[in-house]
Design a protein around this ligand. Structure first.
Ligand code: ADP
Length: 396
């Protein structure tokens, strides 16, 4: 087998997601997750040919599970097929406007963005250093969640706070989910036969984290997430947009300190906070069907805020060629898609209920009627996008 596969790595603080993908034919040879790292329950879940194998590795850290992954790849004769490694990196600050090959300067620049993503960037760097150690001869690329949004104009990325905070401390809106947006935009344009550089697209990436973006001629011109992934839409456990004075209120009225409030807004809010039941959209939909009032309320608030945000984002476009739904909720929740399109009726969206019920599967993902602006469901594939970028940068 020739060297054309890419090892895609998403190294988190207590997990590593990995996959071996051929970016040309899009075949995924293996994928997996090393989770609960440095804990007694540490393990690798290895997925290959539709089968799952679990390797318990008590207390294994990032380095030890990487050794094991390397060993398993060798057993499958996959190491000799690797042309490059692609790393997901959450925050590239203003430094990275595109994916890049990793060298010492790039490592330093990712390190410099640590303050903007204290949970993520150090974990990515750890993954990069370990894979550099075990695969010293392979080119490695960094693919940033933020870089796609570096095309936003200042009017979209500046907060109305003292300008020195931007100038001296890089406080601005960055946006995330860029790799997903790039993938689904390309896919939508192909399916609808529209040149990317002429397209006007609204996109909602709805997973555990949720954001939406306006993508004009293939470039991000606005998005809902900000300095951090807390801003914008209602999410599984994150509140999205909120009056910043809630910090004062909760401190003065309830005595909460900054850490308590930060946890409340990031981990205890969103669908979970509203429903007092679950952050999982499936659970909430089932509860809603059984008449659970707060689950219904959570889904209503989620859908309303999303629709309101999408209509705001539309003001950055000439018209709407497509509204894309992606991410676990966007790809699967017919309830939320129907509520959002109903709320967006001012744009003329007309839902095709049957198409929506089967996630648009029979018609390129399209869930609207022929005389409506197009809304469509596209399954995102960030790993494939990372593999494509890494292959291109490595020249293979
Ligand atoms: P992540 O952001 O972690 O990658 P996903 O993109 O997998 O997350 O999205 C997770 C969300 O998708 C969860 O809220 C989950 O409930 C929701 N989801 C997955 N399948 C369905 C479904 N069939 N119906 C409704 N929601 C779903």
């Amino acid at each position: 087998m020739s060297k054309q596969n890419i090892l895609v790595i998403n190294s988190g603080s207590s997990s590593i997601k990995f996959a071996v993908i051929n970016p040309q034919n899009e075949h995924e040879y293996v994928s997996g997750l090393a989770e609960r790292l440095s804990q007694p329950e540490a393990r690798i879940i290895w997925k290959q040919d539709g089968e799952k194998t679990i390797y318990d590795m008590p207390n294994a850290d990032h380095d030890i599970v990487c050794q094991k992954i390397l060993h398993l790849l060798e057993e499958q004769q996959l190491t000799e097929t690797l042309a490059a490694i692609g790393h997901r990196v959450v925050h590239g600050g203003e430094h990275f406007k595109a994916s890049t090959l990793i060298n010492d300067d790039v490592v330093q620049a990712i390190e410099d963005c640590k303050g903007l993503a204290p949970l993520h960037n150090p974990a990515h760097l750890l993954g990069i250093r370990i894979t550099q150690k075990y695969f010293p001869n392979l080119p490695q690329a960094a693919v940033f969640d933020t870089s796609f949004h570096q095309t936003m104009p200042p009017q979209a990325y500046l907060y109305a706070i003292p300008h020195s905070l931007y100038r001296d401390h890089h406080v601005r809106r960055y946006g995330f989910h860029g790799t997903s947006y790039r993938f689904v935009t390309g896919e939508a344009c192909q399916r609808l036969n529209i040149p990317v550089n002429e397209s006007n697209i609204l996109c909602a990436h709805l997973g555990n984290g949720c954001s939406a973006a306006a993508i004009y001629h293939g470039q991000s011109v606005d998005t809902t997430m900000g300095l951090t992934p807390l801003e914008g839409l209602v999410m599984g456990t994150r509140c999205g947009n909120i009056d910043a004075n809630i910090f004062n209120f909760l401190h003065q009225q309830l005595g909460y300190d900054i850490d308590r409030i930060t946890t409340l807004l990031n981990k205890e809010s969103g669908l979970l906070g509203l429903s007092e039941l679950s952050n999982d959209c499936r659970t909430l939909e089932e509860a809603m069907e059984q008449g659970h009032e707060q689950a219904t309320l959570a889904i209503d608030v989620f859908s309303y805020v999303l629709a309101k945000s999408l209509s705001g984002l539309a003001s950055s476009l000439d018209h709407i060629d497509a509204l894309i739904f992606t991410g676990g909720i966007g790809e699967n929740s017919r309830v939320i898609r129907a509520k959002v399109l109903q709320q967006l009726r001012i744009f003329g969206f007309q839902l095709d209920a049957d198409a929506n019920a089967n996630n648009g599967k029979n018609n390129k993902g399209i869930i609207t009627t022929a005389d409506s602006p197009v809304a469509l469901v596209i399954n995102t594939n960030e790993e494939l996008m990372i593999a494509r970028d890494a292959a291109q940068l490595a020249g293979c």
